[in-house]
Ligand binder design. Structure first.
Ligand code: SF4
Ligand code: SF4
Length: 458
């Protein structure tokens, strides 16, 4: 029941269903079955070099910025901490420690709202007046995997799965190919594009390090072909064992299973892990963070965030983790015009924020301010399904979204469960193409929650 309630909150806050999605429905052709061509809206920031956002007056560091066990604060109120010092950790394997991004004083420990809409324990730090962002407490560990763990690195494309766990393939699923995901197929976002363009050496070095750690034979860095400058920059430095592949621009090319299919022509079977194909997928920003941690002992303390939409100065900002979205938007010149929703991440999959006083976390790739006219909720406007079949045609997971949605709308969870809702990757393609505005992703999320409550395994 608790899971259903959480899903109901997400049902309301999801950005999917916003009217910005409406327009000419273009299924296009990609390197996988299904998918769509949403308007990319990247022009406002694609040419913006990464620049530091300032140190804010306070930082709020949630103890759960990853999938898995939340950290426990290792500091106390009133304690002075150094930049790079661990402020939260836990012994569980599937977890990642949290570090202070500044020299400063712990001024509060308590629950705080996150971008995902949940409240978790967070450590608030008031930075010292003087900061040297070039200096930090270095990570100390015996081997590369332990360094990645100690540096608190998680999937920075938004998945936030602790990276060290993915670097431990089991003996029956050895890794042959490391795939770096630089597709950035979500509209509006350009942070990975700028990272690959400005720091190609670091991304390639990350690919080499991952390949070495897991004993793979090759690495393939994948981009969509709408980033020719980044493709060229990476190819200039790639060298032996690292291939750079430009794939057709087609959403959701950056989804793990679709990427594996595009590169290896191997399907991840129902109920199996992607590792069973011999592929290991990491985001390019994660790879760069791995290279940084191993080469310089740098823990994960900041990340590049695209701030765009209805803001005065859209751009790509290097942001200290824990910076509040309200402070970041203020630095970007504030919002302009009538604001409909503010979304963390891209508009296809990111949650709409319940408050602007939520902190940028390890998985926050973007802050997108949608204008009111583009963000009007459509869920009240939905009409009955007309069985046009567009949703199933666009579904990259071969599902029948209308069937799951129609059963879920009636609360018939057994009926919905017969159509494998747990295979849904929540890409939003079905909602995008539906001519009667059915809130399909939201309904499918409810069906997934119901299936999990019944103990069905994904
Ligand atoms: S796209 Fe919408 S109207 Fe068409 S079959 Fe799917 S749910 Fe029904
Ligand atoms: S059913 Fe899920 S995987 Fe298929 S298009 Fe809809 S959101 Fe994407």
């Amino acid at each position: 029941m608790r899971t259903i309630c959480v899903c109901l909150v997400l049902y309301i806050s999801r950005s999917i269903g916003s009217t910005w999605l409406q327009g000419v429905v273009d299924l296009g052709k990609g390197a996988f079955k299904g998918g769509i061509h949403p308007p990319d809206r990247k022009a406002a920031t694609a040419g913006c070099p990464v620049q530091w956002a300032p140190v804010p007056a306070r930082l709020v560091l949630p103890m759960s910025q990853h999938l898995g066990a939340p950290c426990v604060p290792t500091v106390e109120k009133g304690q002075h901490v150094g930049r790079g010092e661990v402020i939260g950790s836990v012994d569980a394997l599937v977890s990642a420690p949290v570090h202070s991004p500044v020299d400063g004083e712990v001024t509060a420990i308590g629950p705080w709202l996150t971008t995902g809409g949940t409240r978790v324990t967070a450590v608030t730090i008031t930075p010292d007046a003087e900061q040297d962002l070039e200096s930090y407490v270095r990570v100390q560990a015996d081997d590369a995997r332990a360094i990645v763990r100690a540096a608190g690195i998680v999937g920075m494309g938004g998945a936030t799965f602790p990276t060290m766990v993915k670097l431990m393939p089991s003996a029956d699923t050895p890794v042959d190919t490391v795939i770096l995901n630089g597709c950035e197929c979500e509209p509006f976002l350009t942070c990975d594009h700028r990272l690959m363009l400005e720091m190609p050496e670091k991304v390639v070095e990350g690919a080499r390090k991952i390949t070495e750690i897991v004993g793979a034979s090759r690495a393939v860095i994948c981009l969509e072909d709408n980033k020719p400058d980044a493709v060229e920059a990476l190819r200039r430095v790639a060298g032996d064992g690292v291939e750079v592949r430009a794939l057709p621009t087609h959403y959701p090319q950056g989804a793990e299973k679709q990427l594996i299919w595009a590169i290896l022509r191997k399907e991840v079977s129902h109920g199996k892990l992607p590792a069973t194909t011999g592929a290991l997928v990491h985001n390019v920003a994660t790879a760069a963070a791995i290279a940084d941690a191993i080469d310089t002992g740098r823990p994960l303390m900041e990340r590049v965030v695209t701030v765009t939409g209805n803001v005065a100065r859209p751009g790509n900002y290097r942001v200290l983790l824990g910076t509040l979205v309200s402070d970041l938007l203020e630095y970007a010149g504030g919002t302009v015009g009538e604001v409909g929703r503010v979304i963390a991440g891209g508009p296809m999959t990111g949650p709409a924020l319940a408050s602007l006083d939520v902190p940028v976390a390890k998985g926050t790739s973007g802050i997108v301010v949608l204008p009111l006219k583009d963000a009007a909720p459509r869920v009240e406007d939905d009409q009955p399904c007309i069985r046009c079949g567009r949703c199933s045609e666009s579904c990259p997971m071969f599902l029948l979204p209308y069937a799951i949605g129609n059963y879920a709308a009636r609360g018939d969870w057994n009926g919905a469960g017969r159509f494998n809702p747990l295979d849904c990757i929540e890409c939003g393609c079905c909602s995008f193409v539906c001519p009667t505005n059915r809130p399909l992703v939201q309904l499918i999320r409810l069906a997934k929650a119901a299936a999990m409550l019944k103990g069905v395994k994904p």
